[in-house]
Design a protein around this ligand. Structure first.
Ligand SMILES: NC(=O)c1ccc[n+]([C@@H]2O[C@H](COP(=O)([O-])OP(=O)(O)OC[C@H]3O[C@@H](n4cnc5c(N)ncnc54)[C@H](O)[C@@H]3O)[C@@H](O)[C@H]2O)c1
Ligand SMILES: [Fe+2]
Length: 419
């Protein structure tokens, strides 16, 4: 592996209990017109009322928009942006889970550059800076508070579509674990396992040979800077997620989850994610199930397919998780994948994709659409083709990892990939 490293991050990241109280003063640094894009549930809470009131006490005029529908239909986001544009804010504050933060990013984009949003689909299409955004997550979490991507649904597309650009990275992230305490169990489980998938997929993403390029892609694969973040995030979540579910008021578990989802976002915002995310896009579109439910269900199957190609890396992941076994590197890698499958089962994820919906008849379509997500399959640690993705989908539909373990897809590691 080369000594290349890349981290693109907000200018300031504040983490800790009570940090939300700094939001009004931070917003005041940008001007006196503050637009809040807020999750509709959070908008009704005392915590948000206090942030809003204090922002007013700082002399700011405020606008609050809460029409952030699930799945973020692009027309609804565009309508939201029209209201915010008329207010002409100096700064936008996004408060909520990944949906609200993604909506806030898109509003910042659409009030800064001409629409429609579709002209920015894909990578590196945002032509210049956007209105500054302060991102305040209330789930742990998507990591959207530090990442360069926002995801919308567009009726003219078969799957949700991403807008990825370093220009979308929030100016400031304020991560206060207190805000996540009220998240219901299903949100804690699905957002929490998605953060784990971000950590593991950024740790196992192929290192792209882009060090000498001046124009970098948005996601460049794993490197020596992201590895540290992703390993720490994976280890924290492995211990804390079951505890946060068993006792939602466990403050240490909530703090660990909030910190880990932030670290995972910092890692995958530069490294990227791969096959669990590529396959979740069509599965989510077909079953209308939450993003993290799909990525978490898929992860053990994706990793099983990666064992022959990157055993050293998976064994190293197992050591970080504290599940290293004796034996050769292949068996230590297998122990790591087995432990991750156990975690998924422990937090109540289904064993098979078929439990998310009657999608077996759509197998070929799922594979075709997964392979179209080039930014994701392009950094998979195995050369992702129809054979490998087909084998993963078949095993995940059957709920049987032994299908992959018994006859692993004919995969070879990418060059320099098994470190
Ligand atoms: N931009 C990125 O980097 C990125 C990464 C991963 C996922 N995503 C996107 O994020 C979205 C999922 O986000 P999410 O999992 O954070 O959930 P979410 O934002 O969709 O929220 C899910 C539900 O939880 C509720 N909720 C949120 N915080 C709460 C709290 N503290 N207390 C009580 N209820 C609360 C919301 O009201 C909502 O009903 C998907 O659209 C996914 O595509 C984005
Ligand atoms: Fe994700």
């Amino acid at each position: 592996m080369s000594g290349f490293g890349l981290l693109r991050l907000p200018g300031e990241i504040r983490f800790g209990w009570g940090t939300r109280h700094a939001v009004p003063a931070l917003a005041a640094c940008y001007g006196t017109r503050v637009a809040f894009v807020v999750d509709p549930f959070l908008a009704q809470t005392d915590a948000f009322a206090q942030i809003l009131a204090t922002t007013g006490e700082h002399g700011a005029q405020t606008l609050v928009v809460t029409d952030v529908p699930p799945e973020l239909p692009v027309d609804a986001v565009s309508a939201c942006a029209e209201r915010v544009r008329a207010f002409a804010p100096d700064v936008i504050v996004g408060v909520g889970g990944g949906s609200a933060l993604d909506a806030a990013k898109l509003v910042a984009l659409l009030i800064s550059h001409p629409g429609p949003a579709s002209r920015y689909y894909g990578e590196n299409q945002v032509p210049g800076p956007v209105v500054p955004l302060i991102a305040v997550p209330t789930t742990a979490g998507t990591g959207s508070e530090v990442t360069p991507v926002a995801v919308v649904s567009d009726g003219s597309r078969e799957v949700k579509v991403g807008i990825s650009s370093p220009r979308l990275i929030p100016a400031i992230a304020v991560v206060d674990p207190e805000l996540t305490i009220g998240a219901p169990p299903s949100v804690t489980a699905h957002a929490g396992i998605d953060a784990f998938v971000h950590a593991v997929e950024s740790f196992t993403a192929a290192p792209l040979d882009v060090g000498a390029q001046s124009d970098l892609p948005v996601f460049v694969g794993r490197d020596i800077l992201t590895d540290t973040l992703s390993l720490e995030a994976a280890a924290l979540i492995f211990r804390a997620l079951p505890r946060a579910l068993e006792d939602p008021a466990d403050r240490q578990a909530r703090e660990d989850m909030a910190r880990a989802s932030l670290l995972a976002g910092m890692a995958f915002g530069s490294a990227g994610t791969h096959l669990s995310h590529a396959i979740q896009y069509p599965v989510g579109a077909l079953t209308h199930t939450p993003h993290g439910l799909g990525t978490g269900t898929l992860l053990p199957y994706v990793l099983q397919a990666c064992v022959p190609a990157i055993p050293d890396r998976l064994a190293r992941l197992g050591s970080a998780l504290g599940v290293a076994s004796d034996g050769d590197v292949q068996s230590r890698a297998q122990a790591a994948v087995d432990a991750i499958a156990d975690l998924c089962a422990r937090i109540g994820l289904p064993r098979s994709l078929a439990e998310l919906g009657d999608i077996a008849p759509e197998r070929d379509r799922i594979i075709r659409l997964s392979l179209q997500a080039r930014r994701l399959v392009g950094i998979a640690p195995v050369p992702a083709d129809e054979t490998i993705v087909g084998a993963i989908v078949d095993a995940a539909l059957a709920g049987d990892r032994t299908l992959l373990a018994a006859s692993p897809p004919a995969s070879s590691p990418r060059p320099e990939d098994n470190a």
